[in-house]
Unconditional design. Structure first.
Length: 471
């Protein structure tokens, strides 16, 4: 009997795997919640893989009670007003108001933007500040105080973020030995939410490339593709350590640091900041932001308005749509032709580690979505987070690999970081041959950087055409 990647995955990772098809059948995708929230709900109500009427009713009861829709908000507020406490699963965020010395909680399902939160919750879960974190909050209502002239207000008195069970990275890495590379790659692709049978091995590698900025510190990528290839899908659904910004205008305060409130920006709060629809991206005060952003892309450090210099390890990912010709290839040799001015500046492009050729991926259709077993999204997100600063991978690449055809420091740094990311994803146990290191880590990393160098040569004669080789 031939074992599939699903059989092997369930045998060695049973507690942290989930049937992605079961999650789809549960119909939770109709709610505006990330995949890891849906899987979290399903895995807690369908323990034996049997999605029967009883399990469906349990999930429906849980959702009605703890994950309400906005049309239930008045009933919930009335419940709070009557002195009852509520446990609500939602994407909570907190802002600091220095004028009133107050912490202001936003509760999306209640359309509540001025609730209160206990300070010890923020001390324990600082990710709540300025960004959304999915979790279960215990809410109570404090009625108006006529003596102190205080209005009535909802307060969060306890919070538990959505988290996977404790992660044993050593065990995760060790169990990799039971899979062939093809089986492991299928499991990873399914865990991302894609159907591995729908994609060729080359296309699977492109999908896995999207994970590199999540698993490897300070990797900067641009993915260029037509609409509908699922560029933002994995960033929206996999990890709570990823923040996606959908086009529009971005301020320095949001990205780096808010000097008025002394609140850290997204780069210091998340592992990856993703700019979706980058072709529509603009910056408030672009001269300042782009200069600071270029410094950050190069060094991992930034400062604003004479304030103390800050550092971060977040990667930057930009997703942009580009036009293709009748053969499915980029319509123009200049890939950045239709993108904003700052993305056509060679000094900026040179700081990008790789260009992911998303035009090689097919449009997402129903059969492209996984119906197979895969790691639970919250578990995989925590594993990738844990592998970010795990030592040994970059050293392995630099010790056993060679980069030929360029002595440029940016080229070498880019290839080494990208190759280390592939190594963490494909061979987390570091059990591989030299040929595998070259074929599945160094060569795809060099290809991503080669596209950057080709574009630099296309845009500016100062950049000579080179051919990067690895061995």
């Amino acid at each position: 009997m031939t074992l599939t990647f699903e059989d092997i995955g369930l045998h060695y990772y049973s507690e942290v795997c989930v049937n992605k098809g079961l999650v789809r059948k549960a119909g939770l995708g109709l709610r505006s919640i990330p995949a890891y929230v849906s899987e979290w709900i399903v895995s807690r109500h369908v323990s034996d893989g049997n999605l029967d009427d009883s399990a469906r009713q349990q999930m429906q009861d849980f959702i009605n009670k703890h994950l309400p829709s906005k049309d239930q908000k008045e009933r919930l507020k009335a419940n709070l007003q009557q002195g009852n406490s509520l446990l609500i699963l939602d994407e909570y965020s907190v802002e600091v108001n220095l004028q009133t010395n107050d912490l202001i909680l936003k509760i999306p399902c209640l359309d509540e933007k001025k609730a209160g939160v206990k300070s010890h919750i923020i001390e324990t879960y600082p990710l709540l500040l300025g960004s959304g974190v999915w979790g279960v909050g215990k809410l109570e209502y404090e009625p108006p105080d006529e003596v102190m002239r205080l209005p009535g207000r909802i307060h969060m008195v306890d919070f538990r973020p959505m988290q996977a069970a404790s992660i044993d990275l050593e065990l995760f890495c060790e169990q990799r030995k039971h899979f062939t590379l093809a089986e492991w790659r299928d499991l990873l692709v399914s865990s991302m939410g894609y159907n591995p049978n729908f994609y060729s091995p080359e296309q699977q590698m492109l999908l896995i490339t999207r994970l590199i900025p999540i698993v490897q510190e300070r990797v900067n990528l641009i993915e260029l593709a037509p609409k509908g290839t699922g560029k933002s899908f994995v960033y929206l659904n996999l990890s709570r350590y990823v923040r996606l910004i959908s086009g529009g205008k971005v301020t320095a305060a949001v990205l780096f640091h808010n000097n008025a409130t002394n609140q850290s920006g997204l780069l210091t709060q998340f592992n990856v900041v993703v700019f979706d629809e980058a072709q529509t991206l603009s910056f408030d005060n672009p001269g300042e932001i782009i200069g600071v952003l270029k410094d950050y892309l190069e060094s991992g450090r930034f400062s604003r308005g004479g304030k103390q210099q800050s550092s971060a390890t977040a990667g930057i990912v930009m997703l942009a749509n580009i036009p293709l010709d009748a053969d499915g290839q980029p319509k123009f040799s200049n890939l950045f032709l239709n993108l904003p001015d700052f993305l056509r500046e060679t000094a900026f492009i040179d700081r990008i580690h790789g260009i992911l050729p998303g035009w090689k991926l097919p449009r997402i259709q129903d059969t492209a979505i996984s119906n197979h077993v895969g790691f639970k999204a919250d578990f995989l997100g925590e594993v990738l987070h844990g592998l970010r600063d795990r030592a040994g991978y970059t050293e392995y690449v630099t010790t056993y690999g060679q980069i030929l055809g360029t002595k440029d420091v940016r080229d070498r740094n880019a290839i080494e970081r990208l190759a280390a990311g592939y190594l963490k994803l494909l061979f987390p146990d570091l059990q591989l041959s030299h040929d595998e290191l070259v074929e599945f880590c160094l060569r795809p990393a060099a290809s991503l950087r080669q596209t950057v160098r080709d574009q630099l040569a296309e845009l500016d004669p100062e950049y000579k055409r080179i051919m990067i080789e690895v061995a």
